[in-house]
Ligand binder design. Structure first.
Ligand code: SF4
Length: 436
């Protein structure tokens, strides 16, 4: 019988939970230090009591940077089995979290399948599911309807939920007054905005925040405070709407922590590269070090088809400067629903960004594999190189497709006998170097 409610409650009582033990080991960190960070809210261990298959992870800027993959059934892709296969291959490629953004049919069986089978943290956005769950138009839903969906997701074992609590009726005036180029591009944020506009009522996720906290405390759901006003283009970055919402997210973070509810804060968005670090610092200050979960940042608006790259550039700089959690972006961003290959490209790009940042931050053990890769390259040991690769399959396929004409294991077809590695190995061993 647990004598604590949430991981944060346990940490504040000085109780080391089984999840803390696992995370401390994965992060090469003494468990006492981790417990202190959880108690302070600087690390969130998103672990719903009902997610029995979870292999827990910690999210915090002093830990390895984690990545999230968005999946889920939709009207244009409603095959549950195929979506589950995508989930498992995302986990195998290194995703630590899956957000189920299902927007079609009966969403509960898929959600329950995720929390019964998937070892990654599971996140949802209850406002997306509300319209589907009730099969009613948005304007007819009540605050109680939304809160009941949050409770349903909590009971189903969801580890973290994106809740757009930070926009209020004041935001409606601000959006009209400040004339952004892209208005609101957050899907959940636009739904909350639309609901407030149609009903004339206050944002229920803000107005009934205390009731939501009670549910999250009961099941240990981490609130991922959604950034409804995240910029949707470079011109809107770091504007009044974004920062004003962030100030409110800071206030809500404090209220959640007072309830022992764990929090992550979501961040931008589209941001010019020179503003990324400043955005991270401002968030850390306003939200008192709560883990920052960034959706990009995409650093240029003109590369549709390559937004896994634009976001990896922003993600690496963001994580190096304090972001803890990167939401993947695929080449299909802004264009279409990602297919299997897009999902893979997005995951690998995010993993590269996260890993590059971890090395820069000096996360313990982060560079070990890079050092092993350097040894394998010096030894021209191709199998060892593939074993160190983030995507061994692609690396091997490229090499096998274009092997050098002779001495297959000696060089690659890039430089052939002019291979610098081979020449240096032979020279240092006092051997004759044949080039022609
Ligand atoms: S041939 Fe050139 S690219 Fe290939 S392993 Fe040697 S030095 Fe590297």
């Amino acid at each position: 019988m647990r004598n604590y409610t949430t991981q944060m409650d346990a940490a504040r009582k000085g109780i080391v939970t089984p999840e803390m033990e696992v995370v401390a080991k994965k992060e090469h960190m003494p468990v006492d230090r981790l417990m202190k960070l959880v108690a302070e809210g600087k690390v969130a261990i998103c672990a719903n009591k009902n997610h029995k298959s979870l292999n827990p992870e910690g999210v915090g800027s002093m830990l390895r940077t984690k990545i999230n993959v968005n999946l889920g059934v939709s009207r244009d892709c409603k095959d549950y089995d195929m979506e589950m296969q995508k989930v498992m291959s995302a986990v195998n490629l290194g995703a630590e979290a899956i957000m189920d953004l299902s927007s079609h049919g009966d969403t509960q069986p898929f959600r329950r399948k995720l929390t019964s089978d998937c070892p990654a943290m599971i996140g949802t956005v209850p406002i997306y599911d509300s319209v589907i769950h009730y099969q009613r138009d948005l304007a007819t839903l009540t605050a109680k309807d939304f809160i009941d969906v949050i409770r349903l997701h909590a009971e189903d074992g969801v580890d973290f939920m994106t809740l757009h609590c930070g926009i209020t009726r004041k935001t409606i005036e601000q959006i009209k007054k400040h004339k952004r180029k892209m208005n609101i591009v957050s899907r959940g944020g636009s739904l909350v905005f639309a609901w407030m506009s149609m009903t004339g009522e206050e944002n229920p996720f803000y107005e009934y925040f205390d009731e939501i906290l009670d549910i999250c405390e009961e099941y240990d759901v981490t609130i991922s405070l959604g950034d409804a006003c995240r910029p949707g283009c470079l011109a809107d970055a770091t504007d009044v709407c974004q920062i004003e919402e962030l100030v409110r997210l800071g206030e809500l973070t404090k209220r959640a922590w007072d309830h022992n509810v764990q929090v992550m804060v979501e961040g931008p968005g589209h941001v010019p590269l020179d503003q990324v670090a400043a955005n991270m610092k401002v968030q850390q200050t306003l939200c008192m070090g709560a883990p920052f979960y960034v959706l990009g940042p995409i650093v240029t608006d003109i590369a549709p088809g390559y937004d896994h790259i634009t976001s990896a550039i922003g993600g690496a700089v963001a994580a190096m400067n304090g972001a803890a959690f990167l939401c993947y972006v695929t080449p299909a961003e802004h264009l279409a629903l990602p297919n299997v290959d897009d999902v893979k490209q997005g995951i690998i790009a995010s993993k590269i960004a996260a890993h590059a940042a971890d090395i820069a931050k000096g996360i313990p053990g982060a560079r070990d594999m890079d050092d092993r890769m350097a040894d394998a390259r010096r030894n021209l040991d191709w199998d060892a190189q593939f074993a160190c690769a983030l995507d061994p399959e692609t690396a091997k396929a490229i090499r096998d497709d274009r092997l050098p004409e002779d001495d297959h294991n000696d060089t690659c077809s890039m430089c052939g006998k002019f291979c610098a590695v081979r020449s240096m190995n032979k020279a240092l061993a006092g051997e004759y170097i044949d080039i022609l």
